[in-house]
Design a protein around this ligand. Sequence first.
Ligand SMILES: NC(=O)c1ccc[n+]([C@@H]2O[C@H](COP(=O)([O-])OP(=O)(O)OC[C@H]3O[C@@H](n4cnc5c(N)ncnc54)[C@H](O)[C@@H]3O)[C@@H](O)[C@H]2O)c1
Length: 247
Amino acid sequence: MSSNFGGKVALVTGGGGGIGRALCQVLVRDGAKVVAADRNFQTAQETVSLLPNPGDHLAVSMDVTSNESIDSAIKAITEKYQTPPSLVANCAGVLEMAPSWELDEKTFANASDVNFKGTFYVSQAVIKLLLKQQAPGAVVNIASIAGGYGLRDLSHYSGSKGAVMSLTKAMAGELAKKGIRVNCVLPGLIDTPLVRDTPLADSIIPFTALGRKGQPGEVAEVLAFLLSEKSSYMVGSCVEVTGGYTM
Ligand SMILES: NC(=O)c1ccc[n+]([C@@H]2O[C@H](COP(=O)([O-])OP(=O)(O)OC[C@H]3O[C@@H](n4cnc5c(N)ncnc54)[C@H](O)[C@@H]3O)[C@@H](O)[C@H]2O)c1
């Protein structure tokens, strides 16, 4: 079984961010054409400009909380490649910290809309097209140790990531026999802009066997594996990439 993607088109949301960008690099190394999609279009463009043969790849503006924005980005992808993406990595995400008793409605809604709803609707939009063409595909979602274990001052974020784990399993069950595999990854603390200005290192690293943060590339390799045929018997899995959190 090969991890060479043979020119398949991969949509990476949050493609301008730490893990999304690292994933674009790994996927291109392994033979995919990538679409870096981000609400921050400039960072998506930067991702593509850093790839070998940038003209083979595409940066698109996409707000995963808006179905209209998702649809117009997928239209642009289909126009460029004459096919919808067959690989999807939902890497867009937001994290703001607050104790549950101080959390405002806007912060709660943002976590839920980007992390949970966005993951669902981006997947749904692509899956509809693949089913119409009876084409195979793979989806990988990013949950978090917050989703698996719950983290303090992140009740809303933890809930949104727990929801990503459940939707992964539910969709995986629906789609496996149709040739579309859905899996997810639970990263521990990864060195990206999302967590850099937070106190999370103090609460997570002491419970991490390796005693350090992970690098975006260390998560990207697992995401790419789950998108590849090498993981052909993995369906609805939630794989921890944590450096040994709470062992
Ligand atoms: N860094 C960590 O420690 C860590 C741990 C566990 C899970 N995660 C998850 O990994 C994923 C990637 O995070 P990261 O660490 O690379 O963070 P990051 O902040 O570097 O990247 C996230 C990207 O998502 C984009 N984004 C935010 N809202 C969006 C929207 N509405 N539409 C489209 N794009 C949007 C941002 O512009 C950014 O480029 C997220 O889902 C995050 O929750 C990260």
